[in-house]
Design a protein around this ligand. Structure first.
Ligand code: Q9C
Ligand code: ZN
Length: 370
């Protein structure tokens, strides 16, 4: 299988994030993608290829131009405003309650502040997307990785894998958040719709609900969004991901949320996956965009599921068994020692290769995240 990878992600070299205000070592770090790449290279069955440049237009097909401008300008702007921090993290957000009573027309005329941290809040959901000197280039490269993966599949590959970093599924039309800047999977799905005229399904198996992907296609019947995720009653993104969110207008019935409890194990997960896959099978279309996360793993530091490496092989096998072509894009997954083995298992399953587990070398099953 072809693996699309760009080293541009290395310059999005996050060091810290905050949890409820406390500074902690970042979870979404360059080592994640490097672990996956090196494990796939060592397997021998994968070929790593460079992305090709696709420009801004496919990004603007799903995102507000203001968000794209913000990501491109923010770092230099923060420097120009003498905000001398290693990274830019917002602390003030325009929650909708601030505007209660104001008409949509009035609201649409609220000007964008020029303060760099204010802009980060205006275009952001939360504090989990630190912006650094290399962020804009990395976010652009992640989109090129996704679109090159689309090209490979539209040119005839049954399946291809885009090692996107930063991830994308929390980024909505006008909003970054949750380690995400541009929504790689949504941009890929939109590009497929435009190239083929056919319907596309997004299968989101990251541990978190992909609020951004859901929002972008909420009123769209041509892109089906199916997500398995931690129930928002206990987990980020808290405000979306509930099962009654099924889409509106043309998108009515084209959104399926399957929230899952803490401790979800392999068996429960596979039953939920089968439910999601059967809905995809009932919908016309030939390509599935997979938002692939490994924060469902039993040892993930921010998740609470109990999945094993072996089940990822079975998940990949079942996703491929629908007979559709797969554009597989990396989202989350934060237990660094296991990421390579988990990605390898999923992708080997999707390709119809045996599981053939790696010896437990490299990390103990109860090893640290380092
Ligand atoms: N700072 C993805 O998996 N909240 N994003 C984390 C700790 C945000 C996860 C709280 C989690 C975002 C792509
Ligand atoms: Zn996640």
């Amino acid at each position: 299988m072809r693996v699309v990878y760009s080293p541009a992600h290395l310059a999005h070299d996050t060091v810290t994030e905050t949890v409820m205000g406390a500074v902690i070592p970042a979870n979404e770090v360059p080592e994640r993608a490097e672990r996956i790449r090196t494990t796939l290279e060592a397997d021998g069955g994968f070929t790593v290829v460079d992305p090709t440049e696709h420009g801004r237009d496919p990004i603007l097909a799903v995102h507000d131009p203001g968000l794209v401008r913000f990501v491109e300008e923010a770092w230099n702007e923060a420097r120009a405003q003498s905000i001398g921090r290693p990274n830019l993290i917002a602390d003030t957000y325009p929650t909708f309650r601030m505007f209660e009573g104001m008409s949509p027309e009035f609201l649409a005329r609220r000007p964008e502040t020029r303060h760099a941290a204010g802009r980060a809040g205006w275009w952001g959901l939360d504090t989990a997307n630190p912006l650094l000197a290399g962020t804009a280039a990395a976010a652009r490269a992640a989109v090129d990785v996704a679109l090159t993966t689309v090209d490979l599949v539209l040119d005839g590959e049954r399946a291809a894998y885009g090692l996107c970093r930063p991830p994308g599924h929390h980024a909505a039309r006008s909003m970054a958040g949750g380690y995400c800047f541009f929504n790689n999977a949504a941009i890929a799905a939109e590009a497929i719709v435009r190239a083929t005229g056919a319907r596309v399904a997004i299968l989101d198996v990251d541990y978190h609900h992909g609020n951004g992907s859901q929002q972008i296609f909420w009123r769209r019947g041509d892109v089906l969004y199916v997500s398995l995720h931690a129930d928002p009653i206990r987990q980020y993104p808290f405000f979306l991901g509930w099962p009654d969110e099924t889409g509106e207008g043309d998108g009515s019935g084209a959104n399926l949320n399957i929230p899952l409890p803490a401790g979800t194990d392999d068996e429960t997960y596979l039953a939920a996956l089968d439910r999601g896959l059967s809905v995809i099978a009932e919908t016309p279309g030939d390509v599935i965009v997979v938002s692939l996360g490994f924060d469902t793993y039993g040892h993930d530091p921010i998740g609470d599921f109990a999945l094993t490496t072996a089940v990822y092989h079975e998940c990949g096998r079942r996703a491929a068994a629908l007979g559709r072509r797969l554009v597989i894009l990396q989202e989350g997954g934060y237990h660094r020692p296991s990421l390579g083995a988990n990605a390898r298992a999923w992708l080997r399953g999707a390709e119809g290769r045996s599981y053939d587990p790696l010896p437990a070398a490299g990390f103990g099953e109860f090893g640290s995240n380092r």
